[in-house]
Design a protein around this ligand. Structure first.
Ligand SMILES: *[C@@H]1O[C@H](CO)[C@@H](O)[C@H](O)[C@H]1NC(C)=O
Ligand SMILES: [Zn+2]
Length: 288
């Protein structure tokens, strides 16, 4: 290659690199301006968006012949757990020796479709009076967990996310326990190792835990409505299942989440989307 050509190639390469990084940066989202997500992800302005404010007195009871929710594998421990700080949340992915070991959920609003567990993550506030994405009668709690499942009919999470019945997310809200609570939940222990955005760690051996150790195994009373992912691309593919009431979280474990950092090196807190209009949707209550 003559020197002139190689300089041109190098300049072109640099340009591609710069353009690529700009695209990657602009494709990322921020909780500072959730109203602008629709500029890059039009679905975020759709009519079945999440989260919502759940007003129990306006929900409709499911008919008696609707079957109850059936959970499988919520007490099963995976081989290992990958925990990642992706700059927006702490995300936990379970590794199984066999795909058939994944926890599943069916029944209730999911009817006969079988959904397989993909990952779980949290949303939390800088203070105890906010943090959950769903609210009850306008009241937010400090923390919400999302267990994300995909419809097995579509094979993978990536394919399912494009389908109106592709995903189900089980959400549970937490209330902060008194300061005497000792905390140290197994899910909180790996957090100091993933303080920086982009870092990850693997939980193995005796530190591995099941889904029931994150939010208990009781899913008898819950609300369900058709909604979306609560982060871009806001795909309208989620049947939401939000448990009634709340479960306790120790201040220490909540602090472990608040100690994480975002991609600017700032505290990763207030990573919740504001509630979205219900529009013409009905929230159905199951089990009560
Ligand atoms: C639903 O949750 C609320 C708030 O914790 C609680 O007061 C109520 O008793 C729960 N309903 C049932 C039927 O458990
Ligand atoms: Zn979420």
């Amino acid at each position: 290659m003559n020197p002139c050509k190689s300089v041109r190639a190098a300049v072109y390469g640099l340009l591609v690199l710069i353009v690529h990084s700009v695209v990657v940066i602009s494709a990322d989202f921020s909780y500072d301006d959730p109203d602008r997500w629709a500029e890059t992800d039009p679905a975020c302005a759709g009519s079945r968006q999440s989260p919502i404010d759940i007003v129990p007195s306006t929900t409709v009871a499911a008919s008696d012949d609707e079957q109850s929710l059936k959970l499988h594998g919520f007490y099963r421990k995976p081989v290992s757990i990958r925990v990642e700080n992706n700059g927006h949340t702490a995300q936990y992915t379970f590794v199984w020796s066999k795909d058939s070991h994944r926890p599943t959920v069916t029944g209730g609003p999911l009817h006969r479709d079988l959904y397989a567990f993909e990952q779980f993550h949290f949303h939390w506030g800088a203070e105890d009076d906010r943090g959950s994405e769903h609210t009850f009668d306008g009241q937010a709690l400090a923390l919400e967990v999302h267990f994300v499942f995909f419809n097995r009919e579509y094979g993978t999470f990536e394919k399912a996310v494009e389908q109106p019945d592709g995903l189900t997310v089980l959400g549970a809200l937490y209330n902060v326990r008194g300061d005497k609570a000792k905390g140290d939940a197994k899910w909180a222990r790996p957090l100091p190792k993933i303080r920086d955005a982009g870092s990850a760690t693997t939980v193995e051996g005796k530190d591995v835990f099941s889904l029931s150790e994150v939010a208990g195994g009781e899913w008898e009373r819950y609300y369900s409505y058709p909604g979306s992912l609560t982060t871009p691309p806001c795909a309208e593919s989620v049947t939401w299942i939000v448990r009634n009431g709340s479960i306790p979280v120790a201040p220490k474990d909540l602090r472990a989440l608040r100690n994480l950092l975002d991609s600017n090196g700032e505290p990763l807190v207030d990573n919740f989307r504001p509630v979205q209009p219900l529009n013409d949707r009905t929230v159905t209550r199951y089990g009560f």
